[in-house]
Design a protein around this ligand. Structure first.
Ligand SMILES: [Zn+2]
Length: 140
C-alpha cells in the first residue's frame, strides 16, 4: 500500500523536487483521482512562484499522460464517462498541454467542417471521425 500523498508531496511534485519514482507515483495517482487533481490545483494556486508553466512543463516533458487522438475524439463527441472526461479537461485546460490542445483543435475542426469549410452536422461529424480513426490506426 502506497503512503498517502499530502500537500508537501504535491508541492514537491510541482517543483520537480522529488525522486523519479515518487514523481511517477504521484502522476499516476493524479490520473486516477479527481480529488487529488483538485488538491494539486489548490496547492498550485497557493504557490507564489508556480505558474501553469511549471506544471505544464513537467507533463509535456514526459508525455506519458498524453491523450490519444481516439480519446480526444471521444471527448469531442461527448461519449466518455464523467471521470474520463474530467481527466481530459484537466489535461487540456489545467495542464494546458500544447500537444494535446493542438490535436484536439485539429479534430474539432475536422469534425465541424466539410473540406470546403462548410459546417457539418453532429452525426456526420461522427462518421468522419470514425473513418479518420481507421486512417490513423496505421500510423502510430
Ligand atoms: Zn498532452
Amino acid at each position: 500500500m502506497n503512503p498517502a500523498i499530502d500537500d508537501d508531496d504535491l508541492r514537491g511534485y510541482l517543483a520537480e523536487d522529488l525522486p523519479a519514482t515518487e514523481m511517477a507515483r504521484i502522476e499516476k495517482s493524479l490520473r486516477d483521482s479527481a480529488d487529488l487533481r483538485e488538491r494539486l490545483e489548490r496547492v498550485r494556486l497557493d504557490r507564489v512562484d508556480a505558474g501553469l508553466h511549471t506544471l505544464g512543463a513537467i507533463w509535456r516533458r514526459s508525455r506519458v499522460t498524453c491523450l490519444s487522438r481516439e480519446t480526444l475524439g471521444s471527448y469531442l463527441l461527448d461519449v466518455l464517462d464523467r471521470s474520463q472526461a474530467g481527466y481530459i479537461r484537466f489535461h487540456l485546460e489545467v495542464i494546458e498541454c500544447a500537444f494535446c490542445q493542438a490535436n484536439f483543435a485539429d479534430l474539432k475542426r475536422r469534425s465541424q467542417t466539410e473540406p470546403d469549410g462548410r459546417p457539418v452536422d453532429r452525426e456526420r461529424g461522427r462518421r468522419i471521425f470514425d473513418s479518420s480513426r481507421e486512417l490513423l490506426a496505421g500510423d502510430s
